[in-house]
Design a protein around this ligand. Structure first.
Ligand code: TYD
Ligand code: MG
Length: 454
């Protein structure tokens, strides 16, 4: 590469926004104190094309399709999020908070894959002994897995090109550095440069590469968000540190649908798949308590039942306190305004706390009706039937609007033994073959809250 001029720039470590001077707040993502100085080399862009080189465009019909096929990881929850397995030659980013279980997940994936192919696990964070200790907790490994502790991109490149494994794991991108770049490992220019090189390897040698990226709050190292646009698939591993389950969420996928989730439980011997997440999420739901209701959210192609809790009490302040855990606070405020105006509940001087039990995040509009029912139930201090679930989107006029995949939601409720389902009236004609569960179609929130015991 031609030697260029060294310049100093400032990068937002959260979103990668570039600026020539330091700023307190990032105009790109709105985060504070995330700008860090980095020196980069600007090279003049050459013409880049030699005479006589053929630049040819192609028609769609001229492109041969070879079915690349997918490799199943042996983890059904992960395969679903990936869209049916690993696509050869793809670059997958696995982001998440430190300590959430990214290394454990990928080591378990290595274990499954190593049975039938060459896998290389490159760690810049742990020593070989530490990895072995973790592996011993997980179980027996075959010799298809090779380990390598390295942080230099140049050396990683050499090893990967020599060994040509089918799958490579880079744990984590924030520890890898390229000698050509002046700034420290973990800075925006380093993680971008190293990811670009990994992308070249993945596409050039047809290797699947998994990149681990820590989500950081302090803004000292660049977060995975700055890489999202470069990779094929972005998965986030999330969960409450105090709870044992973890959720793997697909955020971007060039080879499948997004919004899919995979549910795992962290146990003594690593991560175990959770086959029936609804059952898991509803564990410990109180019986006959006011302000608690079961709602149904579609996560990708799978319906998941969750308990929504609300606590409404008189406020001692001029401006009432409202919080929402696991869902959007603006949405909760809006639904409270709708309840006040369209159902006549005087909530304006009440504090309200809404929580999706278990620490999961759900943002689907279909849980609106659940939030409304939980708020109304707590406000009136009357419980909702324990054997009932509800779903539906709530509009500003207080109408309960149709949601998609009603059939799957009702079936899931039936499977888990619920007796009643409160749902948008317009959804009922689309349901077929529903027996053993009572359907209560509602047109607006007034009709819905009539279901709360008088
Ligand atoms: P880890 O995979 O190291 O997290 P990350 O790579 O995302 O930083 O996960 C570490 C946590 O997982 C740690 O708190 C211990 C726990 N753990 C188990 O509970 N059981 C296990 O079998 C393993 C390997 C880890
Ligand atoms: Mg780790």
């Amino acid at each position: 590469m031609a030697k260029g001029k060294k310049v100093t720039v400032y990068f937002c470590q959260s979103c990668g926004y570039e600026s020539s001077k330091w700023m307190g707040q990032c105009p790109g993502c709105g985060e504070w104190s995330t700008f860090v100085e980095e020196s980069i080399e600007k090279t003049a862009v050459g013409k880049g094309i030699s005479k006589g080189e053929e630049l040819r465009t192609r028609k769609l019909s001229e492109i041969d399709m070879q079915d690349k096929g997918r490799v199943v990881t042996g983890f059904r929850e992960l395969d679903r999020v990936l869209g049916g397995g690993i696509v050869q030659g793809s670059l997958v980013l696995v982001g998440g908070d430190p300590g959430i279980g990214k290394s454990t997940l990928l080591l378990q994936v290595c274990r499954n894959l190593a049975e039938s192919m060459e896998v290389l696990y490159i760690s810049g964070e742990e020593s070989l002994q530490q990895i072995k200790m973790r592996a011993q907790r997980i179980g027996q490994f075959s010799d298809g897995l090779q380990l390598f502790c390295e942080t230099s991109m140049e050396r990683i490149e050499q090893v990967v090109e020599r060994q040509k494994p089918r799958v490579v794991i880079i744990d984590s991108i924030q520890t890898i550095y390229s000698e050509g770049i002046g700034s420290a490992p973990g800075s925006v220019s380093q993680v971008r440069e190293t990811t670009a090189r990994l992308l070249q390897i993945a596409k050039g040698v047809d290797i699947t590469i998994f990149i681990v990226g820590h989500v950081t709050k302090e803004g000292v190292v660049a977060g995975p968000r700055v890489l999202e646009h470069m990779v094929d698939t972005v998965l986030y591993f999330e969960g409450d540190r105090h709870a044992s389950y973890r959720i793997l969420r697909g955020v971007k996928n060039r080879f499948g649908s997004t919004n899919e989730i995979g549910v795992f439980e962290m146990q003594e011997s690593g991560l175990q798949e959770v086959e029936n997440p609804s059952e898991f999420m509803l564990n410990g739901k109180p019986q006959g308590a006011s302000g608690s209701v079961v709602a149904c959210s579609m996560e990708g192609t799978r319906p998941i039942l969750v308990e929504i809790q609300a606590l409404v009490c008189h406020s001692n302040f001029g401006i009432p306190r409202r919080t929402a855990a696991g869902t959007d606070l603006t949405r909760v405020n809006l639904l409270m305004a709708v309840l006040e105006k369209r159902a006549g509940l005087s909530l304006s001087s009440s504090d309200a706390y809404v929580n999706i039990a278990g620490g999961v995040r759900m943002n689907e509009p279909a849980i609106d009706l659940g939030i409304v029912m939980a708020l109304a139930s707590s406000f009136r201090n009357k419980a909702i039937d324990d054997k009932a679930i509800c779903f539906g989107e709530v509009g500003l006029s207080g109408e309960v609007r149709a949601v998609n995949m009603a059939q799957q939601r009702v079936s899931e409720a039936k499977k888990l033994g619920f007796a009643t389902c409160i749902l948008p009236k317009v959804c009922i004609p689309s349901l077929t073959n529903i027996k053993g569960i009572q359907l209560v179609g509602v047109e607006n929130i007034r009709e819905a809250i009539l279901r709360i015991s008088p």
